[in-house]
Every structure is written in C-alpha cells, then in structure tokens.
Design a protein around this ligand. Sequence first.
Ligand code: GDP
Ligand code: ZN
Length: 458
Amino acid sequence: METDTIAAVATPAGEGGIAVIRVSGPEAVSIVDQLYKGKKKLAEVETHTVHYGHVVHPRTEERIDEVLVTVMRAPRTFTREDVVEVSCHGGMVPVQKTLEALFAAGARLAEPGEFTKRAFLNGRIDLSQAEAVIDLIRSKTDRAAKIALSQAEGRLSRLINKLRSEILETLAHLAVNVDYPEYDAEEMTSQFLEERCRYISSQIEKLLSTAKQGKIYREGIQTAIIGRPNVGKSSLMNALTQENKAIVTDIPGTTRDVIEEYVNVRGIPLRLLDTAGIRETEDVVEKIGVERSRQALQQADLVLLVLNFAEPLAEEDRRLLELIGRHTAVVIVNKMDLPGQLDLEEVKQLIGDKPLITTSLKEERGIEDLEEAISQLFHLGKMDMGEGTYVSNARHIHLLNQAKESVDEVIQGIEAGMPLDMVEIDLKNAWQYLGEVIGDAVAEDLIDQIFSQFCLGK
Ligand code: GDP
Ligand code: ZN
C-alpha cells in the first residue's frame, strides 16, 4: 500500500499557456495548503471546487505564481486518493518552482505512470484500461485514439467479464455433475459443455480477429513504394506526405536509403517506405538498396508499384508485377503528362483485379484516386467504429490466444471421450488467462513493468 503523496506536471511540456500540476495522496490538501495563499485554507473548502490564489514558497516566502487550485477529495478522483490540481500560468520557471515548493512541503516526484498505477491499485480502473491509457498517449491517428479510448472506457473489460462469467457458469454446471454423478446426466452435460465451449471459443476468436485491425490503426499500414529508378517513387512519397523529406532527383537510383514517413490517408495511417528500385546491378550501394526493397516487400501490408507511362514495359517492370502477385497492391502508372509508350491494356491484364491508377505527379493529378483506392482496399471507410472492439495490445493478444487454446482443448477432450473432471482444468485455465487481460491475478513485476511505460504525470 502506498501512502505517501506524489506530484508531477500533468500537461505536456512546452504546450499551451497553462500547466497543471497534479498532487495525489493522503497529504495532498495539507501539502498544497503550505504554499497556497487564498481567501480560505484549502482544508476548509468543499470537495470538487476551484479556488483562485497565489503560490508562495513555504520556506523562503517567495511569491511564485498566480494559480487556480482544484480540490478533489477521495474517493471520487482519478486515483481514489485526495487529489489537488494546481494550474500555473505556464512557462517552465513558475512550474518548476511550484514543484520545488511542493517537494519542500513534503510531496515527492511521481514516477512515470504512478498516478495511473494508483488508480489501478485502488480499484478505480482495471489493467486493460490502464494499458489503454498508454496507447492513448502514444496513438498516432484519431481512430487509434478512439480505439484506445473505448478500451479505456472499459469496453474490452466488459466483454472479457462476460466471457468469464460464461465460463464460470459452465464450470458450475460441471461441478454439479462431477459431484453428483448419480444424476446420470453425463451424456447431456458433455453435449452442453461442448456447445458452451464452442460458443466461448468463437467469441474469443472474434475478439482476436479485431487484433489485426487494431494493429493497423496503432502501428500504421506498412507501405512499400517500389518501381524501377526514375519512375517517380520519391515524387509519390512527397505527394503523399506533402513535404519534401525524401530526396527527389533526376539521377536514376539515387534514393539510397530507405526513408520512413507517416501519412494519414483518410484516417488510415500509412507507414511509407521509399526504397531504391528493385533491380539487379553491379553497383554495390544499389545492391544494398535492392535487398532492402525485397525485405520491405516481405514486411509490407500494402505495396505501391509505380510504372512509367513514357516508357514501354521493361523486363524489370514485369518481374515486379510478378513479385506483387500475393500482396495487397496498387499499381500506379505515372507520368501520364508525357507521350505514352506503355500499353495500359497489357498492364491491366497482368494485374488482374488489383487497382490501376494513372497519375501525373508532376501536374499533381491522380493522387485523390490513389487515396480512394487505398481506403477501398482496407474497407476502413465503411467500418463502424461504434461496433468494433479492437484488441491491439500484444499482451492481450497472447493471453486471448492462450485462452482460446485452452477452450479448444476442452472441446477436443470431450470429443475424445475424456472424463469431465479431466477437461475441467483447461476451462479453469481459460478463465485464468482471460482474468489476466483485465489484471485479475497478475504478478507484481508485470504491473511495475506496464506502468513504467507511462509518461511522467499520468
Ligand atoms: P524515383 O527514382 O522513382 O524515386 O523517381 P523520382 O520521384 O525521383 O522522379 C524522377 C524524375 O521524374 C524527377 O525528375 C521527377 O521530377 C520526374 N517526375 C516524377 N513524376 C513525374 C510526372 O508525373 N511527369 C513527369 N513529366 N515527370 C515526373
Ligand atoms: Zn526516388
């Protein structure tokens, strides 16, 4: 049990005009009272009220800043402890001095994630909600933030709890049967049990199938831009990023290094990799680039293959078109502003049902079409955020897989005619694994590890 009082800046550094310092713990009110000068002592004010005043150093009496102080007494607070928030006028100097004054008055600097950790330890949030707070801090797009938020609101926890009580109920049935075999309901029970387990297994499967979607939102769609030198890969990357971070040049093969860039295409986060043209060459530097291109293709969720309209289809183009066969890909015919040498019909035949987009990156035409094709490919435009519960945390995915395996073992056991008390243990394991997702029965060191990922002040 932690009983000391902690303090930290709760707003991002260097942003906005106001910085909030959060103080939490049994001495929160009395500690802030030592440096706060206002109409009333904070010890006398109502809970959940805001007060204007000044912060003065408790020992030197130096006046530090004009502040607003919010007093929130336990248990209706984020940490379920007494919480006082001091809104300073910002600028790092008054914030730093106010913090120092708080330490002088007996608070200590909060460790990263310690506020959230206390909220967890005091039962205010469960572990999956706490982890969602981490994801929220790190999330890269609005949608990712929404997933993290709905998880933080307990959506995943509710589903897990539902599944757990389903299992518990089934276990209860099983216990009755095992304890009172004279009811002779063995046949019926195993049938009932198998149905139940199939249902539970399918529910876990459903949750797991959202994991891929969740990963896409959280980490971005790994996108490889490939094509022969000089077709317009860097130009495409620039068009998508609308910045000029990648190197664009007239000399073939000059994009030596793989450059990474995040872009947001209609709410879908793309992680763009610009690679050197895939091509066998004597040039050593180029070879490294080619090797990277192949690797990039292996890891890519999406491949953008660029062809040049101003040149006939080259042997390398054909090899690249073959190479993208199994991948999710869009073929882009660029330089449409130049006289055509490329047979578009032939390309269409080679790519089957993959989308073909024509562009002139020089004249900034066709980019909208490309973005539309990408969002169609991932069907994300149509996805209803209200319905999806996205599992996107690696630890959760691992536990859900283990839970599903255990349930499936029950099913196999029943089918193999194993006695019911033998399969019971697997069902109990499934219940345990699901519990670990929401932090029921997790090891102390795991808790520490998870909370150490937080930013300071959260
Ligand atoms: P990369 O080697 O595949 O990355 O190709 P770049 O993006 O570096 O482009 C090679 C050259 O083609 C540059 O001079 C670009 O300005 C030019 N280029 C790119 N797109 C177009 C286009 O649509 N039309 C024309 N005419 N030139 C283009
Ligand atoms: Zn390039």
